[in-house]
Design a protein around this ligand. Structure first.
Ligand code: GRG
Length: 274
C-alpha cells in the first residue's frame, strides 16, 4: 500500500479505535460481546472502503474528519457482513485474514450477535453527520447494504433468488453483493458534499465490480460457481478487469475524481495479493 493511502489507513484505524473504545465503556469492558466485536473489526482488514470514502470525499472538497462517520459506518457494515457470511449456515468458513473466523473464536451465537451489533452500531456513526444530510446518507446506506443491495446480492449468490445464467446476471449479482457497499463509498461523500450523486453511485458500483473480479482472480482455485473466472475463464476475466479499470479511470476523470489517491486505490485493487 502506498504511503499516501497508509496515512489515511492509520488515521482511520486510530479514530475508529477511539470511538469504539469510548462506546465499549458503557458496557463491561471485557464482555465477550465486546471482544467478539473488537476481534471482527480490528483483525487485519485492508480498509479499502473507508479509504475510498476518504479519497472520494477529498476529491469533492471534504476533509477526512468530515468523511470519517461515513467511512466508519461502511466498515462496520462490511465487518458484520463478513462475520455473518462465514457462519455455518452461509459459507461455513473457519479462517479469514489468516485467523480463525469470529464463530470459531467465540462460538456461533456470539458471532451472530456481534454481527448484529456491528450492523446497528454503524448507524450511530451517521448520527454525527450534519442534520441536513443525515436522511439522504442513511437512506443510501440502507439501500446499498440491505434488502435492495448487498443482502439481495447474497441471496442471489446462495442460489435462493433468480437463477444466474448469463454474464449480465452475474454482473448484476456482484454489483449488488460487492458493488452496493462500494457504491456507497462514493455516493455517501457526494451527498455530504451536496453534489448530485447518481453518476458517483454508478461509478462506485463498477469499482465494486472491479474489486470482486480481482477477488475472483485471487481465489481462482476455489471453483466458486458465481465467480467471473468460472464464467469467463482466467484470462478473459483478467482482460475484463483491465477494460473495466480503464473505463473507471475515464469516468473518474469526467467526474473530477482523478486524484492521486483515487488512482492509487484503483492501482491498489489491481495489484493486491489478498
Ligand atoms: C451476510 C448479508 C451478508 C452478506 C455477505 C460480503 C459478503 C456478503 C460476503 C463475503 C464473501 C465475499 C468474498 C464477498 C465479496 C466481497 C468481498 C470481496 C469481501 C472481502 O472484502 P475485503 O477484501 O475484506 O475488503 P478485508 O478482509 O480487507 O476487510
Amino acid at each position: 500500500m502506498s504511503e499516501l493511502l497508509k496515512s489515511d489507513k492509520d488515521f482511520f484505524d486510530h479514530q475508529l479505535h477511539l470511538v469504539m473504545e469510548a462506546r465499549s465503556q458503557s458496557s463491561p469492558k471485557v464482555s465477550p460481546l465486546n471482544r467478539a466485536i473488537t476481534y471482527s473489526l480490528f483483525t487485519g482488514g485492508k480498509r479499502f472502503r473507508p479509504l475510498l470514502c476518504i479519497a472520494a470525499g477529498e476529491a469533492m472538497g471534504l476533509n477526512r474528519e468530515q468523511v470519517f462517520p461515513v467511512a466508519a459506518a461502511v466498515e462496520l457494515i462490511h465487518s458484520y457482513s463478513l462475520v455473518h457470511d462465514d457462519l455455518p449456515c452461509l459459507d461455513n468458513d473457519t479462517e479469514r485474514r489468516g485467523q480463525p473466523t469470529t464463530h470459531i473464536q467465540f462460538g456461533e451465537s456470539l458471532a451472530l450477535l456481534a454481527g448484529d451489533a456491528l450492523l446497528t452500531e454503524a448507524f450511530a456513526f451517521l448520527a454525527d453527520l450534519p442534520s441536513s444530510v443525515i436522511g439522504s446518507v442513511v437512506r443510501s446506506l440502507v439501500t446499498n447494504s440491505g434488502w435492495m443491495g448487498m443482502v439481495q446480492g447474497q441471496v442471489l449468490d446462495i442460489g435462493e433468488g433468480a437463477k444466474v445464467k448469463t454474464l449480465d446476471d452475474l454482473i448484476h449479482l456482484h454489483q449488488l453483493k460487492t458493488g452496493g457497499l462500494i457504491a456507497f463509498c462514493l455516493q455517501g461523500p457526494a451527498l455530504l458534499a451536496d453534489q448530485s450523486d447518481v453518476a458517483f453511485w454508478e461509478l462506485g458500483r463498477d469499482i465494486g465490480l472491479a474489486f470482486q473480479i480481482k477477488d475472483d482472480l485471487l481465489d481462482a482455485e476455489d471453483n466458486d460457481e458465481m465467480s467471473f473466472v468460472k464464467f469467463l475463464g482466467f484470462h478473459e476475466a483478467e482482460s475484463y478487469l483491465e477494460k473495466l479499470s480503464h473505463s473507471i479511470s475515464d469516468r473518474m476523470e469526467d467526474l473530477g475524481l482523478n486524484t492521486d489517491k483515487m488512482n492509487a486505490l484503483i492501482q491498489f485493487n489491481l495489484q493486491r495479493r489478498q
